[in-house]
Design a protein around this ligand. Structure first.
Ligand code: ADP
Ligand code: ZN
Length: 337
């Protein structure tokens, strides 16, 4: 259903916008599984494909340069359309290339991971990693068209990647929908996701992004779970046991909900429901004194934090978040255990 929906919407869009050249950017795994996904596009458009190596290393300025050069050598002009087909690595990198090649060409994302469907491919943040900084270089540049998601891609996705996406999905429930939270809590099979669950996340994010496209205020609520989450992700990478982004975020949700309760914003009973759901499905790393020091180091070095203060989005209820609490690092030590 969604495949023909996607193809139909793309065909209509290309016709309306008079687009003649489309370059699909994808990775080897996705190409191997879904190489003929776009074979039914109208013959009015010439479709080319560039297949990259899978994995986070591909999200680099070197690969961006490789794609720029590919487009330039094949003399693709400003009317070329880039179709990013894959997970967050491909949609972040492809969005970045689209925003910079010839000062910007049009593009769309066809996300194939849960994380990309509900987060990376929505809202216009693009970018690549620097050796010392994740997403160190990037732009905010919006896709030309938001396509419907095709949940059937998830059938081939590794379970670890599914749970990583679920970490991010739980974030949306916690900041935006008490109803989704309770529905997830009561599900007999977890993770059994519906199109409505995924659409809720996308619509919620789009609504926030429309209010604050350049991430100056209310959009910060989407960072819930990410202050701790990013620190945990960096810590795990440093200790040689990297974990998927959403799995770190799930732990961030746990500790930032706890912080919300300890600071008197979130009722104890609600914290208990959150903790029960998160510990049931995710491994939550205990924070020992040593780890606390390391996490504080990463949080203080985050580009969003200054003057020994750490920025948090906190919950005051399940389904309702408040952005931009500044908490002194010294005070945070007493709340983290
Ligand atoms: P994320 O969306 O989590 O940022 P990536 O773009 O790195 O992740 O994708 C994670 C891994 O899953 C990559 O190895 C990618 O090739 C692979 N992948 C992406 N989509 C699918 C899919 N639908 N089925 C199987 N593997 C996929
Ligand atoms: Zn995230």
């Amino acid at each position: 259903m969604a495949k023909s929906d996607t193809i139909r919407q793309l065909d209509d869009h290309f016709r309306r916008e008079n687009i003649r050249n489309v370059v699909i950017l994808t990775d080897k795994n996705v190409d191997h599984l879904y190489g003929d996904y776009f074979s039914e596009l109208s013959e009015q458009v010439a479709v080319d494909k560039l297949v990259l190596r899978p994995g986070e290393k591909t999200k680099s300025i070197q690969t961006a340069a490789q794609v720029w050069n590919y487009l330039a050598e094949k003399q693709y002009d400003k009317d070329t359309f880039l179709l990013n087909f894959g997970g967050g690595v491909i949609t972040d990198l492809g969005g970045f290339v689209a925003s910079t090649y010839k000062r910007g060409i049009r593009f769309a994302n066809v996300p194939t991971t849960l994380l990309a469907m509900i987060d990376a491919a929505v809202g216009g943040k693009t970018g690549v990693n620097l050796p010392s900084m994740k997403n160190g270089v990037g732009t905010i540049y919006f896709p030309d068209i938001q396509l419907p998601v095709d949940l059937s891609f998830l059938n081939t996705l590794h379970i670890n990647e599914i749970f990583s996406g679920l970490g991010e999905l739980l974030k949306y429930a916690l900041i935006g929908s008490n109803e989704l939270f309770h529905s997830l809590r009561k599900r007999r099979r977890f993770p059994s996701l519906t199109t409505e669950d995924v659409d809720f996340c996308i619509d919620f994010k789009m609504k926030i992004v429309r209010k604050d496209p350049y991430d100056k205020g209310i959009r910060h609520i989407l960072n819930f779970g990410h202050t701790f989450g990013h620190a945990i992700e960096s810590y795990c990478a440093k200790t040689g046991k990297p974990i998927a982004h959403g799995l770190a975020v799930a732990q961030g949700l746990y500790y930032e909900s706890l912080l919300s309760t300890r600071l008197g914003h979130l009722p104890q009973e609600e914290w208990q429901l959150i903790a029960a759901l998160l510990t049931k499905h995710f491994q939550i790393m205990p924070i020992t004194d040593d780890i606390r020091e390391e996490l504080l180091y990463y949080m203080l070095n985050d580009k969003k934090n200054h003057n020994n203060m750490i920025n948090f989005t906190l919950l005051n209820h399940i389904g309702h978040a408040i952005p931009d609490f500044q908490i002194p690092a010294s005070e945070l030590q007493t709340y983290m255990s």
